[in-house]
Ligand binder design. Structure first.
Ligand code: ATP
Length: 195
């Protein structure tokens, strides 16, 4: 079994690449999905977050309101670090759990937004950076969730550059073309990793 980490900035097509790899037979582990699930009411991460940030982060059903939490940690490095310190251990534990459930697979794909931005503790056999031109990323991301173009551009500015992906990742996929072109590139990637 091989483990690869797939990463990329907003609107780059990272999750699309992961979905294509899944169709080709890989097991997919989605860090974003896990980070949502570990915050569900009653979970250990939920309890730690509520004790640290207070009940002001809860909605009327007692669930963590992610928007409220995001507002607290946005632009406050200390609070963000505190949140990461609480959540990362649970996220990585669950990712490791899911890896151990897929030991029979040829390939396990980790969909991780911040593979290079933090101390990522899971050893990958290879890393893949998905990149696309800024205008294309803005168009894709705004079409997907009707976010404002300026907000997306602001996020892109704070994310790592294409040049950095070329120096950090073992493979870089340029996703400026059609989905068909992307599928072709991902199939080649799959073959070269599995070989
Ligand atoms: P985020 O980090 O913001 O979640 P992402 O990098 O995971 O973004 P995706 O969700 O894979 O990006 O793609 C963003 C949008 O762009 C989706 O609606 C997806 O269907 C579309 N998309 C991705 N690649 C292509 C492509 N080559 N051609 C057309 N649409 C694409």
């Amino acid at each position: 079994m091989k483990i690869i980490g797939v990463t990329g900035g907003i609107g780059s097509g990272k999750s699309t690449v992961c979905r294509i790899l899944k169709k080709l037979g890989a097991a997919l582990i989605d860090a974003d999905k896990i980070s949502h699930n570990i915050m569900n009411k009653g979970s250990l991460a939920y309890n730690e977050c509520v004790s640290f940030f207070g009940k002001c982060i809860l909605d009327e059903f007692g669930e963590i309101n992610r928007k409220k939490l995001a507002d607290i940690v946005f632009n406050d490095k200390k609070q963000l670090e505190a949140l990461n310190k609480i959540t990362h251990k649970y996220i990585f534990e669950e990712m490791n759990n899911q890896i151990s459930q897929n030991l029979d697979k040829d390939l396990v794909v980790l969909d991780v937004p911040l593979l290079f931005g933090s101390d990522f503790p899971i050893k990958c056999d290879a890393t893949v950076g998905v990149i696309a031109d800024e205008e294309i990323r803005v168009m894709r991301a705004s079409k997907r969730d009707s976010a404002k173009a300026e907000k997306i551009r602001e996020r892109i500015k704070n994310q790592i550059s294409d040049k950095e992906y070329y120096s950090l990742a073992d493979f870089v996929i340029e996703n400026n073309g059609s989905e068909e072109e992307l599928i072709k590139k991902v199939k080649e990637l799959y073959r070269s990793i599995i070989a």
